[in-house]
Design a binder for this molecule. Structure first.
Ligand SMILES: Nc1nc2c(ncn2[C@@H]2O[C@H](COP(=O)(O)OP(=O)(O)O)[C@@H](O)[C@H]2O)c(=O)[nH]1
Ligand SMILES: [Mg+2]
Ligand SMILES: [Zn+2]
Length: 245
């Protein structure tokens, strides 16, 4: 879904070449990915990291959309999202209370944007709330209110000269296609200090004389980010082991 096609009476006339493709969620030719998070359900940061990496590989810009923002204090939200500001634009919104939707709408204008993230964070609610704010969308809200039962894996809605792509939740176990030893190349802040590590190919996991570890001890490196990196590294390592048995 998401290939650019010309549809005439449900017949696919032609399929254009894809400019990018994501596997989880399975979409193609998007201009930006929205990673939707919320205070509830509690964010799965490893999933966030995976989505960021997937988009980096495919050259897709990412914005983090923190929904249900009315349920948490702004300082707390800012603290949670601070480590991601270098990789993504951040929006604080509420589909329910109609907060921050104008900023989101102007970011989307003319783009095909895919909403991704855990189930129940409010992806579909956001698509519906945006639709109700925009006069150009025509029958968007009608189409969305067909009810949950008709929600397919991916739904595409016209919006402000672009498109909103709503996806359903996908399993956190779904993996990215990166070798564990390649993971480091997606962490620029790790690479910056790598020349200070004793080993040129340091993965900053258990190597002696590691500059990242030293900075962690000194409190000058983001601990949460490092822990997510290690978790992801271990997961990729595990998966490779399984591939070779
Ligand atoms: N408090 C609050 N609840 C919301 C908000 N947006 C969505 N929800 C609720 O979160 C639940 C999941 O929403 P849904 O759009 O189905 O999530 P999806 O699975 O990501 O598409 C529903 O019960 C919504 O009413 C919000 O801004 N604030
Ligand atoms: Mg949904
Ligand atoms: Zn190191």
């Amino acid at each position: 879904m998401g290939d650019r096609v010309e549809v005439e009476e449900d017949v696919i006339e032609s399929v254009y070449p894809r400019k990018n493709v994501l596997i989880r969620p399975y979409v193609a030719n998007i201009d930006a990915l929205f990673i939707v998070l919320a205070p509830v359900p509690e964010p799965d940061w490893v999933l966030v990291e995976k989505l960021l990496l997937n988009c980096r590989q495919e050259g897709i810009p990412v914005a983090i959309v923190f929904n249900k923002c009315e349920l948490m204090a702004r300082e707390e939200e800012e603290r949670l999202l601070a480590p991601y500001r270098r990789d993504a634009d951040v929006f604080f919104v509420s589909a329910k209370k109609q907060i921050g939707l104008d900023a989101l709408a102007s970011y989307i204008e003319g783009k095909t944007v895919c909403f991704a993230g855990q189930s129940a964070v409010g992806k579909t609610s956001l698509v519906a709330a945006l639709g109700s704010k925009d006069l150009v969308v025509g029958d968007l809200s009608k189409r969305i209110r067909r009810g949950k039962n008709t929600t397919r894996a991916v739904e595409i809605h016209d919006f402000a000269g672009g498109k909103l792509v709503d996806t359903c939740g996908f399993s956190v176990a779904e993996s990215i296609d990166i070798k564990p030893e390649e993971l480091i190349y997606y962490y620029e802040d790790f690479l910056k200090v790598q020349n200070k590590c004793r080993f040129a190919n340091c993965k900053h996991i258990s190597e002696p004389g590691c500059a990242v570890k030293k900075m962690l001890e000194e409190g000058t490196f983001d601990k949460d980010r490092y822990e997510r990196y290690v978790k992801l590294y271990r997961e990729l390592e595990e998966r490779r082991k399984k591939q070779y048995v």
